[in-house]
Design a protein around this ligand. Structure first.
Ligand code: MLT
Length: 409
């Protein structure tokens, strides 16, 4: 007899995005002439920056020659990349992060799930609702929850609602929680966290001995200079927070794969017998045991985004996506649709039309306008009645999507 991890049986059959993909595939098979525009999963459409391509080509050429060939790299990432990250993403913004506190990886989704390896099973875990489903599903897989209810909520998790009623600003938990997932700019709502809001969370975590898992995958989309890009811009955050960052949406690396996680050296957790233990060596142990590093050409490509020309090229692409978001936002608002986000983020969060449920609205858009978005309820019970649109697409498709919206409203 071989036993399985029963916790997987608590999960709905499919992860959100593959489930959408399945429904869209079926629709396309049944309607082969339909020109479907995909604004569902946040997947980039624009090519890599020339500076990135050039750096990757050179790196491949190095691998072609015995004298510059490289095999296994450091599991934590090459120094050239870790140092560039520390300097440009953190120190330049006044955030104290050292190169040796950065762990380069193949994705924030993986890191956000894998991080649970080093935490105990007895933590009280808080997530926003709606939320990026990976935080919830990986806790379910790890056995940190009970069963799911009809609304999609798992017992054992603390859900913090974010809806139009509280301007998408979560209240601090009423009970003590140990691990808190925060994602800003937020996926799915596209709203940002002010400095004051992050200060409140850092204070809360400090007072309660909690750790914040801060996902900043969309920080490159922040245009408002008063909004922090990193939680380490807040005093005290080094003692209470881990930050996840990704090159996916920043540099178009969704297919290339490169990200990193920051674990400050002073961050500590507790053993069951009450001793305080540093988290950094634990993650280092986990990372170097289960991961062999990101490929050399990819890390060279990632490092190229910090060159002056790389920065300029990336800025242009991000502004292109933000202009897509603005175009959709303004057009949909003109149609009387309530729209949130889409200013410092590539996602727009809408109220569905005519009080349709999120999935009813998904079907309406798909069948009547051949448009794909993401049903808000897929991100949690409080996402019901909302819908997410991604601004990652060509300008022609965004303009066409807007016209199709005009036809169905
Ligand atoms: C999303 O659409 O929410 C993201 O693309 C998913 C991800 O980054 O894994």
């Amino acid at each position: 007899m071989t036993y399985i991890n029963d916790n997987y049986l608590k999960l709905p059959a499919g992860y959100l995005f593959p489930e959408i993909g399945r429904r869209v595939k079926k629709f396309c098979e049944d309607n082969p002439s339909a020109k479907v525009i995909r604004l569902g999963i946040g997947d980039v459409t624009e090519p890599l920056a020339p500076a990135v391509i050039q750096a990757m080509h050179s790196a491949v050429d190095e691998l072609a020659v015995r004298s510059s060939f490289r095999g296994y790299g450091p599991e934590q990432g090459y120094d050239f990349l870790r140092e560039a990250i520390a300097r440009h993403d953190f120190q330049a913004r006044g955030a104290e992060v050292g190169a040796d506190e950065i762990f380069v990886s193949d994705g924030s989704k993986c890191d956000a799930g894998n991080i649970l390896d080093i935490f105990g099973d007895n933590n009280v875990i808080a997530v926003l609702d709606p939320v990026y489903p990976v935080y919830v599903d990986t806790n379910v897989m790890a056995g940190h929850t009970g069963p799911v209810d009809a609304s999609g909520r798992y017992s054992g998790l603390v859900y913090l609602p974010v809806t139009a009623d509280n301007d998408f600003v979560p209240e601090l938990p009423r009970q003590r929680v140990d691990l808190i997932y925060l994602c800003y700019p937020n996926n799915p709502t596209g709203v940002v966290a002010t400095r004051e809001m992050l200060k409140r969370w850092v204070e809360y975590a400090g007072q309660n001995g909690s750790i914040i898992l801060f996902d900043a995958a969309y920080e490159a989309y922040i245009t408002d200079s008063s909004i922090p890009h990193s939680i380490y811009e807040i005093d005290g955050a080094r003692e209470v927070a881990i930050e996840f960052r990704s090159f996916s949406k920043t540099a178009g690396f969704t297919g290339v794969r490169c990200a990193f996680t920051v674990i400050p050296k002073g961050l500590k957790g507790n053993t069951r017998d009450g001793r305080q233990v540093a988290i950094h060596p634990m993650w280092n142990r986990r990372h170097s045991t289960k991961f062999n590093g990101v490929s050399y050409p990819v890390q060279r490509g990632a490092a190229a985004i910090y060159s002056p020309e790389g920065k300029q090229q990336l800025r242009e692409t991000i502004e292109f996506y933000l202009a897509n978001a603005r175009l959709m936002r303004e057009a949909l608002m003109k149609l009387g649709i309530q729209v949130y986000g889409g200013v410092n983020a590539p996602y727009l969060w809408l109220k569905t039309l005519g009080n349709l449920s999120s999935w009813e609205f998904f079907d309406k858009l798909l069948h009547e306008a051949h448009l794909v978005g993401t049903p808000g309820s897929g991100f949690g019970a409080c996402g019901e009645g909302y819908f997410r649109l991604s601004a990652f697409n060509s300008r022609a498709n965004i303009e066409e999507a807007v016209k199709r919206f005009e036809r169905i409203v």
